[in-house]
Design a protein. Structure first.
Length: 1109
């Protein structure tokens, strides 16, 4: 086109482009142009400006476009079809399946879109195309879209048991079945026999079945899982296992046991319903017995003669007999009785008639004991105590051989002999009577309940004239249960006296009263009075209760005399307001009877209705039938009302652990209920942070259904992590959901660090009795600063580390190789603490340490007395009374009994005092126990609680029995390590003083144990005591050493693992890192350099549900 300068193109009079050079053409996209006829024109302009126009009619007929199905494969026959057709709207779209029209035409929407659902007839390959019909015509078919319908097959995985596993008892089978479509049926077969069917798909794809293998032949069996989905597709997976009849396990007697009885009982475990045969040395014993529902069996076996026996058992099922169990070796030997002289001591000098006594014991029982003097039978005793009174006279003076021959019920015997010297002195003339004596005229009141003084009145009388003796001293003797209390009184001008006896807290029982000359003894009682005590375990109780719900409260009562109808009552006159509180009902019952010296719970039920206040105080009084309206005790009940509900809580607020690939770790979580009703149908579930089920490698072991958890009870959940090599390193976080039908429960975060080869760390928190009190600036003390903590790897002893706590008692160490470590913490004025902990890879753990404060220091000293070869051992205590803890001491700490002769009696008094600022609870007095050398007697009722600044008097009496005192240090079981440390200290110190061959030492402790709650809620067990000490000889060594004591810490609600072990805190192994810094490593477990401890000055406290005070 010569001379053309411009060509413009128009569609329906709208410009669609232009061209100014050859070729005069444009590319035009028609995607937005509606189907149908259109006018297309071209305007040509030459170089001279002349214009020429050319027009013609065209028609667009573009086929519809199918947008869905998008993928080339579908798994369900119902296929969604979506697409779009060119405008104008309301076109009729016809679909073609494999080039055949399918369904009715579809009318397009206003925007040209269309959709429908096709149902494919069968699996296979398909094409889908479409055309559109308008008023002006029909488009060609669209390009076919190819796709296929292929049904999925279920995927089956065996979880347990493992391939070729050997099964000996009922086994939990577990499989996982998954599919993209619904699985409608899962069948479980054993050897092609149907075991069970699951018809409904579980939410987690996991299926379990408890397989009872009873009745199956021993040998290999094939387990098979067949899964069918909604389209009939079937998948099968087999697993081969070996069934072996359960070999019984004998649990009693234990291997290596000895028996002195011909008949023994063989007990053990087998499988429920199997027939068990027991053998002794290969000989069947009796008939087979059937194991019960728990698999337990018990068979009596009679051993024919003394000797060694091998006990075995086998189990018989319908399929065969198991192998014999592991043999249990038992020795049968009839016992020989054991006997020892109690009195008199060997080479004892007897000056009067003497009781000959032996202690005899035998497992079969003692038949008789024959007593001989110089081979002459004195007498025979058939019942304990095995004692015979041997009368000796002046004519018997000389050396004699005593023998006791002891027979058991099987006829075996043993003899014990003892040499004695009889030295009966010539009769002593009678003691002349005293010039005057005393007479008790009146004792009022005759019965006291410990709340009023007892007045004793009497006079002194001249023996010769019978007239009153004025201004003369008398000895007033009070006797109770064999104990005497002597009081000096002086008569007035008329010869009369009065004395007011004020009962102490520990005084109880019937007291005999005698007034005598100071040199007089052995006078019969001239009067008496009875102190009748009722002692309750506590005087205050804090109760959290639900409205309209009866709460039972029991208070332990101990009585000194027979008490009838003991009960609690609520009276208006006892209340602070003078009236009974609204809405509170106390049901106390008719009362209980308690025999003298007995204890029992005296209870009541507390109920509050809707009109009762949210909190308040009620005072209850204890009355008894035998004391009328006299109040025996009062109880302050502080109550708080809440709605009745269960109260699930985890003992750990989170779980953090670590594990390497292809290893496993198990963590436990204890769930308790501190509500007022049971939590029903408790369930747990482990999910990820998005709420989806946790992956297969981390799971809850066992059932996730925990059942009901009663009030005060617990349930345990185990979480297992078993990552394989496909699990990458990282911190994986989950949530353990805890729910029940009547409790919303909560969530416990679970963090699992998965590392191929990682290190871990540990964060320490150290506290003591001052933690929680107010320190400098009025701020609460957060912990103990300056504590040196030494860590040592228990496998690689050279791996040792040192860290020091900050002012808040915190210390952190990281980058530690995984493993088990020992630690030891030390700081000034505290007892060292040692324990063990585990470092897990990728995890920083937490370790709580409670440091016992040194409350008491003891000085041990030995001094010579004025009597040759007799020494006094003195224990002196130094302590601080202004501490937030009970400081309980038994005084005196040492009672010297060296030089006592046979029959000699010494009496005295112990005082039990709480010098501290906190009440001691669960007080338990452990008196010294009598032995062959000395008889110890104590008289006191010790209360369960000891308030601050309280003192109790404990009378005691020691009688020398005449036995030869051998070097020994008796020990007692004590609560906490304070008393144990003191016990070891005194024993070691006394042994050091008696290290010479001709010096004999003997110690026997008496102790008091108690516990208390610190300000921070920490419970501490502690104790203290004193000693009866005998130190006598020619070369005993005077000495003086010091010792400090505290208590033994425990966690709130339970005792701390790895708590203080006092003087026996675990030392570090004697291995040091080469070139260790000075003071960092102390070979041999020596004490580390001390730091500074925390301090405080104030205290506070809080109550809790059902808490006695």
């Amino acid at each position: 086109m010569a001379g053309v300068s411009y060509v413009g193109f128009y569609l329906d009079e709208e410009s669609i482009g232009s061209a100014s050079e050859e070729p005069y053409a444009i590319t035009y996209s028609r995607s937005s142009v509606a189907n149908g006829p259109h006018a297309l024109s071209a305007v040509v302009m030459n170089v001279n400006g002349n214009i020429n126009r050319d027009a013609r009619s065209i028609e667009f007929m573009v086929p519809p476009q199918i947008l869905e199905p998008f993928y080339s494969e579908v798994i369900r026959p119902e296929v969604s079809v979506q697409g779009t057709a060119r405008l104008p709207a309301a076109a009729q779209v016809q679909l073609y399946l494999n080039d055949e029209a399918v369904g009715t035409p579809i009318v397009t929407q206003s925007n040209g879109t269309f959709s429908t659902t096709l149902v494919l007839p069968e699996e296979g390959e398909y094409t889908l195309s479409a055309d559109a019909t308008y008023e002006f015509g029909t488009t060609p078919k669209s390009t076919p879209r190819a796709f296929g319908l292929h049904f999925t097959t279920p995927v089956v995985h065996w979880i347990r048991p493992a391939t070729n596993a050997t099964l000996t008892e009922a086994t939990l089978l577990e499989v996982r079945v998954s599919d993209q479509v619904d699985v409608t049926q899962i069948e479980l077969f054993v050897d092609d026999q149907l075991l069970t069917t699951w018809a409904q798909q579980s939410e987690t794809d996991y299926y379990t079945y408890l397989w009872d293998i009873a009745g199956l032949d021993n040998g290999r069996h094939e387990l098979k899982v067949r899964a069918t989905n909604e389209y009939g597709k079937v998948a099968e997976l087999t697993r081969s296992v070996v069934v072996q009849a359960f070999v019984p396990q004998i649990t009693a007697p234990v291997n290596g046991a000895s028996t002195n009885q011909a008949q023994i009982t063989v007990e053990g475990l087998a499988y429920q319903g199997v027939a068990v045969q027991v053998y002794a040395n290969g000989i069947a014993q009796g008939e087979r017995v059937v194991a019960n529902a728990q698999g337990h069996f018990s068979v009596p076996v009679v051993l024919p003669a003394e000797g060694n026996y091998s006990i075995t058992a086998d189990a018989q099922t319908p399929n065969g007999t198991s192998d014999l169990s592991v043999p249990v070796e038992v020795r049968f030997a009839l016992p020989v009785p054991r006997a020892a002289f109690v009195t008199p001591a060997n080479n004892a000098v007897l000056s009067a008639s003497t009781m000959i006594e032996v202690s005899a014991a035998d497992a079969l029982g003692i038949d008789r004991v024959e007593f001989y003097a110089d081979e002459h039978l004195l007498g025979t005793v058939t019942q304990a105590p095995y004692a015979y009174a041997w009368p000796v006279e002046l004519d018997d003076n000389g050396t004699h051989t005593l023998m006791a021959r002891v027979y058991n019920t099987s006829g075996k015997q043993v003899s014990v002999v003892r040499q004695v010297q009889v030295d009966v002195p010539e009769p002593v003339p009678p003691v002349p009577p005293t010039p005057y004596t005393g007479v008790v005229q009146s004792v009022t009141p005759a019965v006291s309940y410990g709340d009023v003084p007892v007045e004793i009145a009497g006079h002194a009388v001249n023996r010769a004239s019978g007239q009153p003796a004025a201004h003369t001293p008398l000895k007033l003797v009070l006797t109770v249960k064999g104990f005497e209390r002597q009081i000096n009184v002086v008569t007035d001008a008329q010869g009369n006296f009065t004395y007011e006896f004020v009962p102490q807290e520990s005084d109880a029982g019937v007291y005999g009263v005698t007034a005598v000359h100071p040199d007089e003894s052995g006078v019969n009682s001239q009067g008496s009075f009875d102190i009748r005590r009722v002692r309750f375990a506590y005087s205050g109780y804090s109760l959290t209760a639900a409205r309209n719900y009866a709460s039972q409260v029991n208070v332990r009562a101990t009585v000194s005399s027979d008490t009838t109808g003991l009960r609690w009552v609520i009276r208006a006159e006892d209340q602070p307001s003078g009236s009974l509180p609204n809405g509170i009902r106390i049901d106390t019952g008719s009362g209980i009877d308690i025999a003298a010296g007995g204890s029992a719970d005296v209870g009541f039920t507390f109920t509050a209705d809707d009109s009762a206040g949210e909190s308040g105080t009620v005072i209850l009084a204890a009355l008894a039938d035998d004391s009328g309206t006299r109040v025996r005790a009062r109880l302050q009940l502080n109550y708080r009302l809440i709605a009745a509900a269960s109260g699930l809580y985890p003992e750990q607020t989170y779980i953090e652990t670590g594990v390497q690939q292809d290893s496993s770790v198990t963590e436990q979580l204890v769930i308790g209920n501190r509500g007022l009703v049971s939590a029903t149908n408790v369930q747990v579930a482990l999910v990820d942070e998005q709420g989806n089920p946790a992956p297969q490698w981390v799971f809850v072991a066992g059932s996730t259904a925990l059942g009901d958890v009663a009030v005060g009870e617990y349930a345990t959940v185990e979480i297992v992590a078993q990552p394989d090599a496909t699990i990458t390193d990282g911190m994986y976080r989950f949530n353990l959901l805890i729910r029940s039908d009547n409790d919303a429960g909560g969530t416990v975060p679970v963090a699992v660090a998965v590392v191929q080869s990682g290190q871990g760390g540990m964060r320490f928190q150290v506290e003591d009795i001052y933690t929680g009190t107010l320190g400098e600036g009025g701020q609460p003390v957060a912990g103990v600063g300056g504590v040196r903590i030494k860590l040592q790897n228990e496998v690689v002893l050279s791996e040792q580390y040192m860290l020091v706590t900050d002012d808040a008692g915190m210390a952190l160490i990281e980058e530690l190789p995984p493993g088990v470590y020992s630690y030891r913490a030390s700081v000034a004025n505290h007892m060292d603490v040692s324990g063990r902990l585990r470092i897990r890879p990728g995890v920083t753990g937490s370790q709580y340490i409670f440091m016992d404060y040194q409350l008491v220091s003891i000085e041990f000293s030995v001094t010579e007395t004025t009597i040759q070869d007799i020494y006094d051992v003195i224990l002196e205590a130094t302590f601080n009374t202004q501490v937030p803890a009970p400081v309980v001491l038994l005084e005196p700490l040492s009672i010297n009994i060296a030089g006592m002769q046979a029959g000699e009696v010494r009496t005295g008094e112990l005082t039990l005092t709480n010098y501290g600022l906190i009440e001691a609870q669960e007080v338990n007095f452990q008196p010294a126990q009598s032995d062959a050398q000395f008889r110890y007697e104590f008289f006191a009722d010790i209360p369960d609680t000891l308030p601050p600044k309280t003192r109790i008097v404990i009378p005691y009496r020691v009688t020398a029995l005449g036995g030869s005192v051998q070097g020994r240090s008796a020990a007692v079981q004590t609560q906490g390590t304070t008393a144990l440390g003191l016990q070891n200290f005194v024993a070691a110190s006394t042994a050091e003083a008696a290290s010479a061959a001709d010096c004999t030492s003997y110690t026997y402790p008496f102790y008091v144990d108690y516990q208390y709650e610190c300000i921070n809620g920490q419970w501490v067990k502690s104790g203290n005591g004193g000693y009866f000490i005998y130190l006598q000889g020619q070369s005993c060594k005077p000495t003086s050493v010091n010792w400090s004591t505290s208590g033994s810490g425990g966690g709130g609600g339970g005792w701390i693992n790895g708590g203080w072990s006092g003087a026996t805190a675990t030392p570090m192994a004697p291995a040091c890192t080469p070139n260790a810094q000075q003071g960092v490593c102390t070979p041999g477990g020596g004490s580390l350099p001390p730091g500074l401890g925390g301090s405080g000055s104030s205290m506070g406290g809080a109550g809790s549900l059902g808490t006695p005070r």
